[in-house]
Design a protein around this ligand. Structure first.
Ligand SMILES: Cc1cc2nc3c(=O)[nH]c(=O)nc-3n(C[C@H](O)[C@H](O)[C@H](O)COP(=O)(O)O)c2cc1C
Length: 178
């Protein structure tokens, strides 16, 4: 049974939903380490996620105060990595092997299951380059909880909403049993 999870949160309007995701994971006895991208920190405060997860939240890689908790120790802690919401940007970066922040470095240094739950505008989701990146990640064993159709933050209808939280949690619960 896996019980240590790293939750990466990206700069999407759906970042607020990570609060509920972390709460649900904690209820299911996961030990949760949250990583926020710098852009995500515009949408949600580290304090909220730190209180809910019971652990400090990391955003910076070059933070002398937390230097012992670097991307490698984070990757060593993880038994699963969940990125929710995953932006078009992080999907592109991971698919290209770019490791320029604590989250992408931790993913690059991690050998276990990585689950991405994308959330973005439908035009970004349907962009052929985004689709190609997602296919590439899947070919390499990354697991995707696909976004769903519905009302988007832009006010338009389309595919791009973060998958239901229950769906994401049940996906992770199944991986926890592997
Ligand atoms: C209000 C606002 C909402 C955004 N929502 C999304 C989103 O849902 N999905 C997405 O892929 N990008 C979204 N973006 C763009 C990302 O924030 C941008 O690509 C950023 O560089 C992502 O950085 P990160 O992947 O390191 O978090 C949004 C930007 C703004 C200003």
């Amino acid at each position: 049974m896996r019980k240590n999870i790293v939750v990466g949160v990206c700069g999407s309007i759906a970042a607020y939903k990570s609060v509920e995701i972390v709460r649900e994971l904690k209820k299911k006895n996961w030990d949760v380490q949250v990583l926020l991208t710098r852009k995500a920190a515009h949408f949600i405060t580290p304090l909220t996620l730190s209180v809910l997860s019971g652990r400090p939240v990391y955003t910076e890689m070059f933070d002398a105060e937390h230097f012992r908790e670097d991307h490698i120790s984070v990757a060593n802690f993880a038994e699963v990595i969940l990125i929710a919401p995953a932006t078009a940007n992080i999907i592109g970066k991971i698919a290209s092997g770019i490791s320029d922040d604590i989250l992408t470095c931790a993913v690059c240094a991690f050998k276990g299951p990585v689950v991405l739950a994308p959330a973005m505008n439908d035009k970004m989701w349907l962009n052929p380059i985004t689709q190609e990146n997602v296919e590439k990640l899947q070919r390499h064993g990354y697991r995707i909880v696909p976004p769903q159709k519905g009302l988007l933050a832009s006010g338009e209808e389309g595919v791009g909403r973060l998958a239901d939280i229950e769906k994401i949690i049940s996906f992770i619960t199944d991986i926890g049993k592997e």
